[in-house]
Design a protein around this ligand. Structure first.
Ligand code: HEM
Length: 509
């Protein structure tokens, strides 16, 4: 409970203990000028007005009013930690990426866990997808693997991402969230969202800690090996702590009692030396298999069946360090799907393609054009022909600013060029809505083969707790067009649950 004193509540005591008998530092302005008297502004006499010449006051107030940057448009609330990735199995037959080059190799990582829909101050224990983003500080620069705690996503074409997200954000007129009509309207009109919706309303929709959940890259990427061979890949990381979830009623109680429940748990466990770890796996699909696969391998609403594409062990992730400054290292950390290293490539997955653009774009808005110069985002020395812009920190000295040049400026990397795949592409350029592709086979398997009786009933109850609050037309459409097609047993349970819940007004749309 949050009433118990723990590592988070002892943070200041810990700071003071570390300082010990050391002499206290002098206060300075943000320019480093010593401040003689911090707690009084400069006034004319005791009751006189404050002088404009009080640069100490101006320094303090003007910095204060700029303490916030825009929060992330999604995944605003989160927790971060640092650690390492260690290779335990050889996968050099699939990729030449240096991060996987030899068994025993360790690469520093940063990790950020998040909720998706709520804002910065939203309680941790709400029903939502959880973000699970990894930043690998490799010899070839940053590799960001920006994943979630479910293996699938609600939509499969990035052009629909803002639409789905709008349904879980606030209604722009009432400023209320969740708006149950918006959410179920979209779910019932875009059947591709069924698979992820079922996961969100399953027990895993409210993890009991960030440590007790798996991570998934969700989207399909590609690997290139030293011989230039190209394969598709999906990434998975499985919690060595096991899975633990909160029931809906308990989660609601915790939301009131300790809104920072997940952040606190992660901080305390790392502070107490109980380092969480995950085993890292890949699935591999050859281009020949991809061409023959019965479902679209680039459709992120579907999993690659493990029976056909088994998990291949690769390594482990360990988180063993809390951030020193939450703002500098977690609020300002910027994960970007376009941060790829030689040996790892995008796939035609329409979500990957959209994400390759969107993350860098939002970082330039949220943080600025030199976001990658912040220490947490790139401790690397870069060599290129871009310069300047707001908040430039890195210098490339007198190196030439144009290419080609005769003055020993940086040149193309031969290894990266050799690893760039050559892909034979052809097709008609047009917009094809892929939303109708078999949306119920995998959700049906999840319901019938994976869930036991208790899980099925809790799934139905959790759906009812949201769907009962939508209007009757949308309720009916959700049951008929979505839930019955997953399994009529699920449709029946939800209909019963709704009939037994509070009466609601009938609505004609
Ligand atoms: C964060 C866009 C799909 C996982 C974000 C952010 C944007 C965004 C704009 C905020 C980033 C920031 O301000 O730093 C998109 C778009 C998508 C998409 C356009 C679809 C085309 C996905 C999918 C996943 C995912 C499929 C899971 C695999 C995350 C995570 C974060 C995030 C974990 C938080 C990163 C952090 O902790 O800073 N996304 N996203 N997103 N997204 Fe996506």
């Amino acid at each position: 409970s949050s009433l118990v004193r723990d590592a988070t509540s002892n943070q200041l005591l810990e700071y003071a203990r570390e300082k010990g008998e050391e002499e206290k530092e002098s206060i300075t302005t943000s320019a480093g000028n010593p401040v003689g008297e911090k707690d009084a502004s400069l006034t004319v006499g005791y009751s006189g007005p404050v002088l404009l010449q009080d640069w100490v006051l101006i320094d303090i107030l003007s910095h204060f009013s700029r303490e916030r940057i825009p929060e992330r448009v999604v995944h605003a609330k989160g927790a971060g930690a640092f650690g390492y990735f260690e290779v335990t199995h050889d996968i050099t037959q699939y990729t030449a990426a240096k991060v996987f080059s030899e068994i025993g190799k360790k690469t520093p990582i940063a990790c950020r866990f998040s909720q998706v829909a709520g804002e910065m101050g939203y309680p941790d224990t709400v029903r939502d997808v959880r973000g699970f983003a990894l930043k690998f500080y490799t010899e070839d620069g940053i590799w960001d693997l920006v994943g979630n705690n479910f293996p699938v996503f609600f939509v499969k074409d990035s052009i629909l991402f803002p639409d789905f997200i709008h349904t879980v954000k606030r209604n722009p007129k009432t400023h209320i969230r969740p708006d149950y009509d918006m959410f179920w309207d979209f779910i019932s009109l875009r059947a591709e969202s069924t698979h992820t919706m079922l996961m969100m309303f399953s027990d895993r929709g409210i993890p009991n800690s960030y440590r007790h959940q798996h991570g998934y890259g969700v989207n399909t990427f590609a690997f290139v090996n030293a011989a230039g061979e190209f394969n598709y890949v999906k990434f998975h990381w499985m919690s060595n702590q096991g899975i633990a979830n909160l029931g809906s009623a308990e989660a609601e109680r915790v939301a009131g009692n300790d809104p920072e429940y997940l952040i606190r748990d992660l901080y305390n466990n790392i502070e107490n030396g109980n380092y969480p770890s995950w085993s890292f796996y890949i699935q591999i699909m050859t281009p020949e298999q991809a061409a023959k696969n019965p479902y679209d391998p680039f459709d992120d609403t579907k999993v690659w069946l493990h029976a056909d594409y088994p998990l291949i062990p690769v390594g482990r992730l360990v988180l063993n360090k809390n951030p020193k400054s939450y703002f500098a290292e977690v609020e300002q950390i910027a994960f970007d799907v376009a941060h790829l290293i030689p040996g790892i490539e995008p796939s035609p997955d329409r979500m990957v393609q959209g994400r390759l653009f969107n993350y860098g774009d939002t970082h330039r808005y949220r943080i600025g054009v030199n976001v990658t110069q912040l220490p947490v985002n790139s401790p690397f020395k870069v060599a290129n022909y871009s310069r300047d812009g707001r908040h430039t920190i890195q210098s490339q000295g007198g190196a030439p600013v144009y290419h080609p040049n005769s003055f020993r400026g940086p040149e193309d990397d031969r290894r990266a060029r050799a690893l760039a795949p050559v892909l034979p592409l052809h097709g008609d350029v047009k917009r094809i809505d892929s939303g109708g592709d078999d949306n119920f086979t995998q959700p049906g398997l999840l319901y019938r083969r994976v869930m036991n009786e208790g899980e099925k009933q809790r799934l139905a109850d959790n759906i009812v707790s949201w769907l009962a609050r939508a209007n009757t037309v949308i309720q009916e459409r959700t049951i008929t067009n979505i839930l019955n097609k997953v399994d009529e047993d699920l449709g029946r349970r939800v209909r019963e649950g709704i009939n037994n819940s509070q009466p609601h007004a009938t609505v004609d749309l």
